[in-house]
Write a protein that binds this ligand. Structure first.
Ligand SMILES: Cc1cc2nc3c(=O)[nH]c(=O)nc-3n(C[C@H](O)[C@H](O)[C@H](O)COP(=O)(O)OP(=O)(O)OC[C@H]3O[C@@H](n4cnc5c(N)ncnc54)[C@H](O)[C@@H]3O)c2cc1C
Length: 468
């Protein structure tokens, strides 16, 4: 791996549950050496890189498909996508409520609709390409255990409903006893229930990449890009295995983007998160929830866990911020996913028994825990589109802890921009995602300003965007 103070993926990352069945594509190289020239280089073989390549090849006419080289520093889908919760959950009232305050209700409604559109879009591509990735679309419950947080969210929800946000109308809101009964969570003060998806992210990405390779994409794993510089006809992409001349370059490099695109330094910040798999030996009490739904359990604002049930009866649980967020060195500007966040190592043990009615005797235990590096942005919004001042460079990165319902259609928009020269505003990607000079010049940092740092453990508040 490249050695530098700039962010790059590290070697020997912890194996997450999703990567315990590596595909033959895992360390694939389409050709033994790098092609010297190509139309497009896509940097990163995670969700953003695979989706952008998929859309580029899907939108182009078969006789005029661009040549594309995908350069991946490690194995395919070894970044955040291969380490996440697998939760494809559109936000229709939570961060969207914050956006209504900062950017107006129209921008908020646009974001909620865009995220909601990801569920049918992913269903369609999974069906069309016959990708076996355990996709389930079912109910999600977001449970609040705190009165003050309930009131804040209820206000945002009401504002969005009053503004006519169609996506927000899909969420039902319950309180007190009803919320506890709907969710099965002990002490629930309120609950939002709506539709969400969940899937095996690694299998989804590998499925997309196979389609890309079948249409001519050249995939090169274990090939870190160390520099992108201007050349006569476009860009020189320098890797540890030689250089490629490309007309266009796509940074789908998420948390590590500023390592090779310096304008994103202090704009996309590597943030480490932790996730686990919990196995359930005995069934819960027959009257308790069977966990057909996925969950976010919010203890207080910014302190939450997300739970995603698997078809095999196990549960993916992530979060644990309450035990590590006070000490920045655990998570802020951290690229090391070869180690756990030590204070959170045992956090998910006994979680189900503690929070769910009727789960006390299930013997549920944690069988695996891992970390992953997210690309948090200093205004909590992704960077999508043309890199300002760098013609032929595109970015689709910085999806915080919430890329699953944002990336696929953002990548579709970027593919249109590259292939057809479409303006960002015509792509259907939310206006607030556009990467602009103004955003890059801003000194705002919502990651740190929304945090907690002087508060006690249980009072800690987190960044605006839930990781789930
Ligand atoms: C623990 C955890 C739980 C999460 N849970 C959820 C969830 O349930 N739902 C949700 O919506 N979101 C969740 N997220 C966030 C979500 O995973 C991300 O937003 C999303 O996966 C980002 O996809 P990506 O393709 O942009 O990034 P990545 O998957 O990180 O892909 C970027 C790729 O670029 C490669 N790369 C970077 N730099 C270089 C370079 N210089 N040269 C070559 N290759 C390079 C990396 O190796 C990596 O493979 C979670 C994240 C974590 C870490």
């Amino acid at each position: 791996m490249a050695s530098s103070s700039k962010p790059f993926p590290v070697a020997n990352s912890i194996t997450p549950f999703w990567r315990t069945e590596p595909d033959t594509l895992d360390s694939y190289r389409s050709t033994a050496t790098l092609p010297p020239t190509t139309d497009i280089v896509v940097i990163g073989a995670g969700y953003a890189g695979a989706s952008t390549t998929y859309h580029l090849l899907d939108q182009a006419e078969p006789f005029s498909r661009p040549s594309i080289v995908i350069l991946e520093a490690r194995q395919v889908c070894s970044g955040a996508t291969g380490r996440n919760g697998g939760h494809l959950k559109p936000d229709v009232y939570n961060f969207v409520g914050t956006v209504a305050e900062t950017h107006g209700v129209e921008a908020a409604a646009e974001l909620a609709a865009f995220e909601t559109a990801h569920i049918p879009a992913i269903e369609a591509v999974v069906a069309k390409e016959k990708i076996a990735c355990d996709l389930v679309v079912a109910q999600a419950h977001d449970v609040q255990l705190d009165e003050a947080h309930t009131e804040k969210l209820r206000k945002a929800y009401d504002t969005l409903l009053a503004s006519g946000s169609e996506a927000t109308k899909t969420a039902a809101f319950t309180t007190d006893m009803e919320a506890e009964m709907v969710s099965g969570v002990k002490g629930a003060k309120s609950c939002f229930s709506y539709k969400a998806g969940r899937l095996w992210p690694y299998k989804f990405i590998v499925g997309l990449l196979k389609k890309c390779i079948a249409k001519g994409a050249n995939l090169q794993t274990n090939t870190p890009v160390v520099e992108v510089s201007k050349s006569e006809n476009g860009w020189t992409v320098k890797t540890e295995r030689g250089s490629i001349q490309a007309k266009q370059v796509v940074f789908a490099s998420n948390a590590y983007t500023s390592g090779i695109a310096p304008e994103y330094a202090n704009k996309i910040v590597p943030v480490r998160g932790i996730c686990s798999r919990v196995v359930v030996p005995n069934p819960p009490h027959p009257l308790s929830p069977t966990l057909d739904s996925s969950y976010t359990v919010r203890i207080k604002e910014g302190i939450y866990e997300y739970l995603v049930p698997r078809p095999d009866g196990s549960i993916i649980i992530g979060g644990a911020r309450s035990v590590y967020v006070q000490d920045l060195k655990n998570w802020y500007n951290v690229t090391d996913d070869s180690r756990l966040i030590e204070p959170a190592r045992h956090h998910f043990e006994g979680y189900m028994q503690k929070y769910f009615h009727g789960w006390e005797d299930t013997g549920a235990y944690m069988d695996r825990v891992w970390t992953g590096i997210m690309g948090y942005t200093t205004d909590s919004l992704p960077h999508v589109g043309r890199v300002p001042g760098k013609e032929g460079q595109f970015v689709v990165a910085g999806f915080n802890g919430h890329g699953m319902p944002q990336i696929f259609l953002s990548a579709k928009g970027v593919a249109q921009m590259i292939l057809k020269g479409t303006e960002f505003e015509e792509t259907g990607v939310p206006a607030i995602f556009k990467t602009t000079k103004e955003r890059l010049d801003s000194t705002q940092n919502t990651i740190l300003s929304a945090s907690h740092l002087k508060e006690t453990e249980t009072e800690a508040k987190g960044p605006v965007v839930d990781a789930k």
